[in-house]
Design a protein around this ligand. Structure first.
Ligand SMILES: *[C@@H]1O[C@H](CO)[C@@H](O)[C@H](O)[C@H]1NC(C)=O
Length: 259
């Protein structure tokens, strides 16, 4: 009787507050996807989270992304790189932010906000010569996952791109989603997490196959002010303003057969 009461209380407290743990290290940006996590320090060093340690990779980058489309990164000259046979291969194109979360397609934005994507054929090609497709509209951040791509523009408006397919990654139309965010990340299972300019973390609720844009933003009420986030497989990875790394267990949208 006493034991079951204790278990009940434990269950209740973890469901309300989030189960978060501090991860060693300091990062400027990080990305979780396809069961892996990569991060970039303020000086541009690249690390992969492996066996509960950060293992350094060669090179210097400003943004990294990992997902079903592989590991992609951009550097301070906006050059685009793809990890191939454990080496960074420069590919054609100029991007400021790149995303490998699409199922074998890549997307990103250039320094002036032009949105681009890379169809499956070029994404899985081993050639450095690839052809990015421009998408109409301007964004500062663009992220893809199980049910499509989401972005934010320079005035924090949020958009969903309809009709994105691996072989037609440019999609069909933009849909303005309510809310005000500075960045967001889409998980492979379709989950969407966003960050407001004051450092609050929001989860998009109500995402389903028939309603991929969801129904509402829910503030996860973390204690820390957050400057960057990424979600994969039940874990939300956060960077606070100092660059400290926090890993929280959060249920996703539950569209698990997308993975
Ligand atoms: C935002 O981007 C638009 C182009 O999409 C540009 O016309 C506008 O000046 C930009 N605004 C700010 C505040 O940077």
């Amino acid at each position: 009787m006493l034991l079951s009461l204790c278990l009940f209380l434990l269950g209740a407290s973890t469901a309300k507050g989030h189960t978060c743990t501090d991860v060693p290290g300091k990062l400027q940006q990080l990305d979780a996807g396809a069961g892996e996590v990569y991060g970039i320090t303020t000086s541009g060093s690249i690390y992969k989270w492996q066996r509960n340690m950060w293992a350094q990779l060669p090179g210097e980058m400003t943004h990294v992304s990992v997902g079903p489309a592989g590991v992609w990164a951009t550097n301070k000259g906006n050059l685009v790189f793809k990890l191939q046979d454990n080496n960074w291969m420069r590919v054609s194109g100029l991007l400021k932010q790149v995303d490998a979360g699409g199922k074998k397609y890549v997307a990103g934005v250039n320094p002036t906000g032009v949105v681009y994507c890379l169809n499956q054929y070029d994404t899985i090609s081993r050639s450095p010569y690839v052809q990015f497709t421009p998408i109409p509209g301007r964004l500062v951040y663009y992220s893809c996952g199980g049910l499509g791509c989401w972005g934010v523009n320079n005035v924090s408006q949020v958009y969903f791109r309809y009709g994105v397919k691996p072989t037609a990654c440019d999609g069909s139309q933009w849909w303005r989603v309510e809310g005000s965010l500075v960045m967001l990340e889409v998980g492979t299972d379709g989950s969407v997490f966003g960050l407001s300019s004051d450092g609050n973390v929001y989860k998009r609720e109500g995402i389903t196959y028939t309603n991929p844009t969801g129904t509402s933003w829910v503030n996860l009420n973390f204690r820390h002010q957050v400057k960057h986030l990424s979600y994969d497989a039940g874990a939300l990875w956060l960077l606070n303003l100092e660059g400290d790394i926090i890993r929280c267990e959060i249920p996703g949208t539950g569209l698990s057969h997308l993975i």
